[in-house]
Design a protein around this ligand. Structure first.
Ligand SMILES: Cc1cc2nc3c(=O)[nH]c(=O)nc-3n(C[C@H](O)[C@H](O)[C@H](O)COP(=O)(O)OP(=O)(O)OC[C@H]3O[C@@H](n4cnc5c(N)ncnc54)[C@H](O)[C@@H]3O)c2cc1C
Length: 291
């Protein structure tokens, strides 16, 4: 099947792009790497009369360390994120998530802004953004605003973005100190979206007590989810006393809307999710302990 006919626009600036979105209304859609949108158009799950391509917008590309954060332009590809020394040093969890996204062909074209805006509940970057309290920068004809990741993902493939709003960048705060980071997921085949996954960040104090931690879950609800209850229960505990399996169980216990599908029942997914949390916790804690 082929996409329905559409008019193609390639604006030269972000301001031109949002002006087009405002003029064309609901009939227009941004296209970045096309790795999620093109299959949807080809299968006619989505039909738009106008596509607004970001490929000429160099202002949306690039990775920069700014003080205690790393800012990544929305049109930066997954492959560029994966190769970045700034990301490896400043946001190791994001660097480790990147090879888990699809295949290298997808990572060469897909963009971080596209992954965040597409908001697939099984995608890695949204869960990492949520776990690390990233902020999403957006531009519209009404101006610029910054949206905390905790407020950005509002439902299945749905975000807080307005139809005429463009993601321009994502800002990831760095964690400093005795930190460890790990991401684990289970997928039927390498390169598939995860059936369940967990992204974990942990910081230990000098006495090896958990000073701060974050657990982001993906593939287990309509949006990525933070396991806030499990996190709160861990802060202040001696790391030797934390039991990874129990953490996995608590982290997934509150999930009420896991879907059953051809890949597995809700109960199976929850158990896989708990195992992913346990694995990621162990690895993150081990890394933090070696720091
Ligand atoms: C076979 C296959 C396997 C995949 N596996 C995975 C996987 O395991 N994990 C994973 O996370 N992803 C996976 N993907 C998806 C891939 O990561 C996509 O690249 C990503 O989800 C979307 O990025 P994109 O730049 O291609 O966006 P596009 O496909 O161009 O756009 C996706 C959506 O985001 C919107 N959008 C794009 N950029 C912006 C912006 N700057 N501002 C506002 N809206 C914007 C578009 O309008 C559209 O609605 C897979 C894709 C394929 C084809």
């Amino acid at each position: 099947m082929k996409p329905a006919a559409f008019e193609y626009h390639a604006p030269a600036t972000a301001d031109e792009a949002i002006a087009l979105l405002a003029d064309l209304g609901d009939e227009a859609k941004i296209i970045a790497g096309g790795q999620s949108l093109v299959p949807m158009l080809a299968l006619r799950l989505a039909v738009f009369e106008h596509l607004v391509d970001l490929r000429r917008l160099d202002e949306l590309r690039g990775i920069e360390t700014r003080g205690d954060a790393v800012r990544i332009g929305a049109a930066t590809t997954h492959a560029e994120v994966g190769r970045s020394e700034d990301v490896r040093r400043g946001v190791p969890l994001l660097a480790r998530a990147t090879p888990l996204i699809g295949h290298f062909q997808i990572r060469n074209r897909g963009t971080i802004g596209g992954a965040i805006a597409h908001a697939d509940a099984a995608a890695e970057y949204p869960a990492v953004a949520l776990a690390l309290d990233a902020e999403i920068e957006a531009l519209s004809p009404r101006g610029r605003r910054t949206i905390p990741a905790s407020e950005f993902f509002t439902g299945m493939w749905t975000t807080d973005l307005a139809a005429d709003e463009l993601v321009t960048g994502i800002v990831f705060p760095m964690w400093r100190g005795r930190c460890g980071f790990a991401i684990e997921e289970f997928a039927r085949r390498s390169g598939d979206f995860a059936m369940a996954g967990a992204a974990v960040a942990v910081r230990l104090d000098a006495d090896s007590r958990v000073e701060r931690c974050a657990i982001g879950l993906f593939g287990l609800a309509a949006t990525p989810v933070r396991a806030t209850e499990a996190e709160a229960g861990l802060v202040g505990s001696a790391v030797d006393a934390t039991r990874a399996e129990e953490i996995g169980r608590v982290a997934t216990a509150g999930l009420t809307a896991i879907s059953s599908d051809v890949h597995g029942s809700a109960d199976y997914r929850r158990r896989v999710g708990a195992a992913m949390v346990a694995r990621a916790w162990r690895r993150a804690v081990e890394e933090a302990g070696n720091d």
